[in-house]
Design a protein around this ligand. Structure first.
Ligand code: NOJ
Ligand code: CA
Length: 553
């Protein structure tokens, strides 16, 4: 592997970190208004410390109208008053740091909220003005500009164009939004936009933030030159060009922006780190993960990998080889605030997983979940990725083995994807507030209610119920993270072949740490070595189906 000195040594804390994602509005509510807050997070630092995570990543907590759960940011250098204040942020950061936990914040550079002062100024200004140039305003087609400028669809469906009313009350220009209409896209050809994000990076880095998760990192630069407008009917990566010339996504020029951010990150000691959320062709992730760029890029490949040892092997192997070329470390993730919780996904058949919106729309969706199998596989899969070289991103609540809450009535849904896709799928389930206790109006989330309804079964699945209980998912996560801290070593892996059983996935790390997963339906023999932890109890000394065991040889 090429030696990338920048990424090595005492500054490389992030390379194999376990990063725990917090969705602030749904973690812990200190004042009882039903919305999680910074004081709530601070109150849970002892829990996070005991869990043993190296860092937390906070989804957006900025002032927002919540058209997209906070990914519509009205002010990048402030805190939503419903969530807290900058002083409370500093206290939270200090408390996390004092407990050895680093902090990533989420930066959303592709679009702002329509409530952002720049967008409000653009609405009041004239077509062609500097205010409008910070966003992507265009005249409509047709005699009176009544036809939208292009057929571009929004990620949340249907169109990516919304028409405004000009200050004089007449129907006016249109603006582009790849997501909800409340999320106007910035024009990254505008220098003021570029300068403002540098300011934002410095603002949070000066406060002591350790890292950044960059939202839709591949979308910032679009080909808008000479009146060109991108057209797109689908957001599937397969329709995207993979040579840096796609007119909407993953254009080569986007890396100039990240190179300028990298210069800022490197002004700090230790250098600030960043991870790109970039839905691009796998061979294009390297540039985002480069040491001259953001430094790390999410791989979401395992989100779509079925429960099959060969498929897991191939996905993992590909990602490890890819990262060895950049010198960055790989990332592993099964759950986040955008996808159905992985305990539930693993409880659904491969067929259903290929078309989750269809399942989501079906009246009997719960009866299609094998809850036991889902949880067993989720536990085994998580232990597997925790043993791999690279960093692991966990999502709040997965340490309790939570399934996806499916009880939210449509009139209480909040996700714009739900509204704009005519009820195809909603991300609200995985955003339901955390259950901390078995009783109480919001299962310990706070002294009041919860902003999304929690299911009754939270009385049986919560922190209180699992704390100190041997075999619980919470205790499995705590044990695994504790053991991992001692075992984590050089970022290498050797596959151990099991010629007679294709349902086994087995690998060794350079220090003798082994992980073996049984993807099959029959127990398998335990290889030689000392058992460190098993995701399910051994059966007559054998590894049960849907189980991962760590050994030390
Ligand atoms: C990705 C975020 O994870 C998602 O929650 C959000 O809706 C979009 N980006 C738009 O910001
Ligand atoms: Ca609150």
């Amino acid at each position: 592997m090429a030696e990338h000195t920048f990424l090595r040594g005492p500054k490389d804390w992030w390379r194999q970190a376990v990063v725990y994602q917090i969705y602030p509005r749904s973690y812990a509510d200190q004042n009882g208004d039903g919305i999680g807050d910074l004081k709530g997070i601070t109150s849970r630092v002892p829990y996070l410390k005991e869990l043993g995570v190296d860092a937390v990543w906070l989804s957006p907590f900025y002032p927002s109208e919540l058209a997209d759960g906070g990914y519509d940011v009205a002010d990048y250098r402030n805190i939503d008053p419903r969530i807290g204040t900058l002083e409370e942020f500093d206290v939270m950061l200090e408390t996390l740091h004092a407990n050895g936990i680093r902090v990533f914040v989420d930066v959303v550079p592709n679009h702002s909220s329509d409530q952002h002062e720049w967008f409000q100024a653009a609405l009041k200004a004239a077509p062609g003005s500097p205010e409008r140039d910070r966003y992507i305003f265009r005249d409509g087609k047709g005699e009176n500009g009544e036809i939208r400028p292009s057929e571009l669809v929004s990620h949340f469906g249907p169109t990516a164009w919304t028409r405004i009313t000009e200050p004089d009350g007449t129907p006016g220009q249109w603006y582009m939004h790849l997501f909800a209409k409340e999320q106007p896209d910035f024009n990254w050809d505008n220098q003021e936009v570029r300068d403002d994000f540098i300011k934002t990076m410095r603002f949070w880095s000066d406060r002591g933030v350790d890292g950044y998760r960059i939202d839709v990192a591949h979308a910032l630069v679009k080909d808008l030159k000479n009146g060109h407008l991108p057209e797109r009917q689908s957001y599937d990566v397969s329709v995207m060009k993979d040579d840096g010339t796609d007119d909407l996504f993953d254009r080569d020029e986007v890396h100039e922006i990240y190179a300028s951010w990298r210069q800022v990150y490197n002004e700090y000691d230790p250098p600030r780190v960043a991870v790109a959320e970039a839905w691009v062709h796998a061979n294009r992730r390297a540039a985002y993960a480069s040491e001259k760029g953001l430094g790390q890029s999410f791989s979401f490949d395992l989100l779509g990998t079925p429960w099959n040892s060969k498929k897991f092997h191939d996905t993992i192997d590909y990602n490890l080889k890819a990262s060895s070329k950049t010198g960055s470390s790989t990332t592993w993730v099964f759950s986040n605030h955008d996808v159905i919780r992985h305990a539930t996904r693993f409880g659904l058949s491969d067929e259903i997983n290929k078309n989750l919106p269809k399942w989501f729309r079906s009246a009997d969706r719960e009866s299609q979940i094998n809850f036991k199998q889902g949880l067993e596989r989720a536990r085994a899969a998580t232990m597997l990725i925790l043993a791999l070289p690279g960093s692991t991103y966990l999502y709040q609540g997965e340490e309790l083995g939570l399934h996806e809450p499916l009880n939210i009535p449509s009139d209480q849904m909040q996700d714009p994807q739900w509204f704009r896709s005519e009820g195809s799928i909603s991300r609200d389930g995985c955003r339901v507030p955390m259950p901390w206790t078995s009783t109480g109006s919001s299962f310990g989330f706070g002294p009041g209610g919860a902003h999304l309804p929690q299911p009754d079964w939270f009385k049986d699945v919560n922190v209180e119920k699992q704390d100190g209980v041997k075999g619980s998912t919470l205790e499995m996560y705590r044990d695994a993270l504790r053991i991992r801290k001692d075992l984590v070593c050089e970022e290498k892996l050797t596959w151990v072949k099991h010629w007679l059983n294709s349902n086994v996935l087995h690998f060794k790390r350079p220090n003798g740490w082994q992980s073996i997963t049984n993807f099959g339906t029959k127990p398998i023999k335990l290889p030689k070595g000392q058992v460190q932890i098993s995701s399910q109890p051994l059966v007559d000394g054998k590894i049960a189906p849907n189980t991962t065991v760590w050994l030390q040889s």
